[in-house]
Design a protein around this ligand. Sequence first.
Ligand code: ZN
Length: 211
Amino acid sequence: MTRALVLALVLLVGACGITRPASMDTEGADSFAEDVRTARTLSEAFWKQQFEQLGRTYRPLAAFIPYSGRSGPACGNEPAVPNNAFYCPLGHFVAYDQDWMEALWTEMGDGSVYVIIPHEIGHAVQAQLRTGFQLNVQAELQADCYAGGTLSALVNSGALRAEEGDEDELLYSLEAAGDPTDDWLDPSAHGTAAQRQASFARGYQDGVSAC
Ligand SMILES: [Zn+2]
């Protein structure tokens, strides 16, 4: 695993290039909410462009739903659970436990939000491309790869600014989210931390077309 890829992200906002230090400096709920909103908006804008290049039309999420504890929206018969974020193909929405995600944002930095949201939007892309996988873990690792590709594209376009230092943030977020075992047949498996990091890094290096 090369660590040179690992970047802390700092947002550039405003037409005159005012840098808003999105990570450690401002720790209010406003900044967290703004990071979440920005991660969603930029990720969907990126995929809209990608779909256009393929001669297709990206279908924006129907909803983007924060929840707390067990108050989240069900996906079909599956209730929302605490400490999770998910994409629901039935309603074409993403929902996330905002308390859990804000805790990650506070503990690990804003990189956590910029991994989790593009990952979930990656599932929304898979649903539209009708990507078929035999094993759930394959879909999960592709979503990690999509997240890496989305982030590098946003950094390259200048929508996000990457900074060296605080280097482990993004990969640490994946590591924390990685399943502890390497059980590829478990339908809910996301892959080990190492697998998830490798997938993310492949997307980050080579773009979403490599996913
Ligand atoms: Zn996933």
